[in-house]
Design a protein around this ligand. Structure first.
Ligand code: EPU
Length: 331
């Protein structure tokens, strides 16, 4: 048995039948016996059960930097910790990822969800992703366009059947600091350099989000729902102060945290699971929680929000059951 406790930030005591830390592509003994799953640090994952197969842990290390012309080209092993990468880059004067400071997780997982925070998405900086197709054993390189980045979305999520194991992520950064201060909490601050942005982002996160080292959680549990104009108008008529963000033509993003909060689900506790007092979108393990307790709290929240607002919440975290990834609606 292989404990998945170090590989899920919810802090659930789940196990896989076996586990392999993949430090280079040669650690992949192909073809693999089914079922298997690919994981970094499990910071965006909910295990709904023990896993009856092999967990492949992304463990490729290394950060290579090249200064070419007016940019820095950086190749990073999928097993590097994203926040450690940000620190290393800032030490070398390479800026761009500071808004993503303190997000838990690995570099290899970042393009899968196209992680984002405080006005920046990792996909903005990725030039390509190197991976192994675990079915054929072929080495593939996906360009940024081929990665099809969207809001918490990418080619990797859209084509789960392809079983792409990310080995390296290539990124490009301009060789001067370009601040991204569109987020409400950063707008009016005097942030003169990237280190100041990092410090402010870390302070913001500490106010709103629980640190998974102390309180098990996987960040936002649901995505912010994207809806049409009619839905916004219907809701705004009743809740004029509801936050709404534009998200393309006739598309509007609602704040799931606000909806959950207004549905009286902020800071609640069901069994050993709960929602964070300062950010209702974050489900937490209050200690010794079992997977089914997190699932049933999530279901309860969906029902309350659907009942009050007529809006469907969809998980942002990926769900893994006994034999592999599972859909929320099947639980
Ligand atoms: N809000 C409430 N009550 C709550 C939570 C939020 O009223 O309990 C309101 C806030 O006041 C704000 C709005 O809802 O007006 C949005 O909240 P916030 O700014 O905290 O951001 P979010 O939309 O809830 C998203 C990302 C976060 C990311 C932040 C900052 C998603 C699903 N989540 O959260 O990402 O850190 O923006 O950019 O897009 C993650 O993906 O795990 C994650 C934490």
């Amino acid at each position: 048995m292989f404990s998945l406790l170090p590989y899920n930030t919810f802090g659930l005591e789940v196990q896989a039948d076996a586990g392999v830390v993949v430090r280079s592509r040669h650690d992949l003994q192909l073809p693999l016996a089914d079922p298997y799953l690919i994981i970094g640090r499990g910071s965006d994952v909910l295990f709904t059960d023990d896993f009856a197969g092999t967990a492949l842990i992304a463990g490729v290390r290394g950060i290579e930097v090249q200064h070419t012309g007016r940019s820095f080209e950086v190749r990073v092993g999928a097993g590097e910790i994203l926040d450690e990468l940000i620190v290393t880059l800032l030490q070398q004067g390479i800026t761009g990822l500071e808004n993503l400071s303190a997000i838990p997780g690995t570099v290899g997982a970042a393009p899968i969800q196209n992680i984002g925070a405080y006005g920046v998405e990792i996909g903005d900086y990725i030039t390509s992703v190197e991976a192994v197709d675990l079915r054929s054993g072929q080495y593939v390189i996906l360009s940024r366009e081929e990665c099809c980045f969207g809001y918490r979305d990418s080619y990797f999520k859209q084509h789960k059947e392809e079983k792409l194991f990310v080995l390296y992520v290539n990124l490009s950064f301009p060789d001067r600091f370009i601040p991204h201060l569109t987020y409400q909490g950063l707008k009016d601050k005097e942030l003169k350099d990237a280190q100041a942005v990092r410090a402010e982002v870390m302070a913001l996160r500490a106010r709103k989000l629980p640190d998974p080292r102390f309180v098990g959680n996987a960040g936002s549990f649901f995505k912010n729902p994207v809806v049409d104009k009619n839905t916004v108008e219907r809701l705004r008529a009743q809740w004029p102060d509801m936050p709404v963000f534009t998200a393309g033509k006739d598309r509007y993003k609602l704040a799931a945290g606000w909806l959950i909060d207004k549905a009286d689900c902020r800071g609640i506790t069901h069994g050993h699971a709960g929602t964070w007092e300062h950010q209702a979108l974050v489900l937490v393990n209050r200690g010794q929680a079992k997977p089914h307790e997190i699932v049933s709290l999530g279901k309860y929240i969906c029902t309350e929000v659907a009942h009050k607002f007529g809006v469907e919440l969809v998980p942002e975290v990926r769900l893994y059951g006994r034999y592999g990834e599972v859909e929320w609606n099947s639980l």
